[in-house]
Design a binder for this molecule. Structure first.
Ligand SMILES: NC(=O)c1ccc[n+]([C@@H]2O[C@H](COP(=O)([O-])OP(=O)(O)OC[C@H]3O[C@@H](n4cnc5c(N)ncnc54)[C@H](OP(=O)(O)O)[C@@H]3O)[C@@H](O)[C@H]2O)c1
Length: 420
């Protein structure tokens, strides 16, 4: 008790020294307006407070992957986005001293304000661990392969967001075809769309999504749009991200990828991290990154990518790269699932695939896409043909046996159709 009292004195002194508090107005149960306040202190003051044994709690309000990569010893994780209007159950005592931090200080201020408005009285916000003077601990490698939920057709990403496991690729679709294809997808239950700066159709994707939201009453949160910035944009990544936000015009971007490795790719990724922290991009990822590229890239960034998008089809299966990525808790998504425009005839005409399709009464395209899903790979087949778009969504009425999966695995011939 005495210790706690001393600590509170120290805490009060720290605030006086820091001379800074922040407040917001809240209405209490009697309808009276009062100030909800928290105190801002420096990381050095927070460290000093933590060194006393005082019944305080240290709260990290970043995301799980950031926490795992390094956090203050003893800190508990309560992601800022999980703090709603009810007091978090991890913080039952509203008078307890709460020391709160994030990476750069944005999310910790938001979280501190929310807690203050819920009636917590002893909140000390000390910014980001970017400037933390003490030790950090790393979680043991906890990443697990992200399992697909076939019932609701989604996967929970390491960013905390759910992503549909099948959707539409829009490469080479001109404006009108793209708008119509996006609408067809959404009208028929698809919710995932892949575009890129390089495809020149981000405006069309945005238009298709907005029109479908109005015409079919689909909420924005149900739709997941991926776009990518191209290496010739990496030198000024903030401008590139702003362009994508403006062209899509959907409020936020569900996921942004770097299109392929290039000069300034780390700088570009770090810019995406800043936008993720501000909530303008929800999840981050990479495209055309393989074992060597990932091994050198991952230690240079803070937010582990949620997704890697690479070329994968029965003639180019990436049997070594796919598990390497998945075991890091990163989801794999395939481009050119049907071989890519100009190459589909071989794959769709393949005897083994046709025989399996015949046995299930489905098309060769459906067999290939289902094979990907059963390997835990997200599919975004490209199509401007409404019948194909609808067919490509119909992958849940049949299942490939182990023998059929093995027969398709045996088709691998390392035949890549495009290089970056
Ligand atoms: N990150 C990267 O570097 C990268 C590179 C390439 C592509 N991508 C992404 O990956 C997506 C998929 O790749 P892709 O579109 O190039 O190639 P793809 O999906 O392998 O093949 C598209 C071709 O398949 C045809 N097709 C689609 N569904 C079919 C069906 N059920 N039956 C028969 N034919 C069908 C399409 O024709 P119809 O239009 O007539 O249906 C089109 O010619 C792209 O759209 C793009 O979003 C990413």
């Amino acid at each position: 008790m005495m210790k706690r009292f001393c600590f509170l004195l120290l805490a009060a002194a720290a605030v006086l020294l820091a001379g800074c508090s922040s407040s917001g107005r809240v209405m209490d149960g009697d309808g009276m307006i009062r100030q909800a306040a928290y105190s801002q202190i420096t990381p050095e003051e927070a460290l000093e407070m933590m060194e006393k044994d005082n019944g305080h709690v240290v709260v990290d309000v970043r995301r799980q992957d950031e926490y795992d990569a390094g956090h203050i010893p003893g800190a508990i994780l309560i992601p800022n986005e999980s703090i709603g209007s009810d007091p978090p159950e991890e913080l039952p005592d509203r008078d307890q001293v709460i020391l709160i931090y994030c990476r750069t200080g944005n999310r910790s201020k938001q979280a501190a304000q929310k807690l203050a408005e819920m009636g917590y009285t002893n909140i000390y916000e000390f910014g980001g661990i970017n400037t933390w003077p003490g030790e950090l601990v790393k979680e043991e490698e906890t990443a697990e392969v992200r399992a697909f939920n076939f019932e609701n057709r989604s996967v929970l990403l390491n960013s905390g967001y759910e992503m549909p496991i099948l959707g539409l690729g829009t490469y080479a679709l001109d404006h009108d075809t793209c708008v119509n294809s996006v609408k067809t997808l959404l009208a028929n239950g698809g919710r995932l769309i892949d575009t890129a700066y390089m495809y020149g159709n981000e405006e069309a994707v945005g238009e298709g999504v907005r029109r479908a939201m109005v015409e079919y009453g689909i909420p924005r949160e149900e739709i997941f749009v991926i776009t990518k910035i191209y290496p010739n944009q990496f030198h000024d990544p903030e401008a590139a991200i702003d362009i994508a936000l403006e062209k899509l015009d959907l409020g936020y971007i569900d996921m942004m990828l770097l299109h392929h490795p290039g000069t300034d790719d780390v700088k570009a990724y770090k810019a995406m991290e800043k936008y993720a922290e501000a909530g303008k991009i929800h999840s981050l990822g990479l495209s055309n990154w393989y074992v060597e590229e990932l091994t050198s890239f991952l230690p240079q960034i803070t937010i582990t990518p949620a997704l890697v998008q690479n070329e994968i089809h029965p003639y180019y299966q990436e049997r070594d790269v796919v598990p390497f990525i998945q075991e890091k808790g990163i989801v794999v998504q395939c481009w050119y699932p049907l071989g890519g425009r100009g190459y589909t005839a071989d794959l769709l005409g393949d005897e083994t695939i046709r025989a399996i399709a015949g046995a299930h009464g489905v098309s060769p395209a459906q067999v290939i896409l289902r094979w990907d899903l059963q390997r835990g790979i997200v599919v975004i087949p490209g199509s401007g043909n409404p019948d194909h778009i609808i067919e490509n969504l119909d992958l849940f009425g049949f299942e490939l046996s182990e023998d059929e999966m093995a027969a398709i695995a045996a088709l691998d011939r390392g035949e890549k159709h495009d290089w970056y």
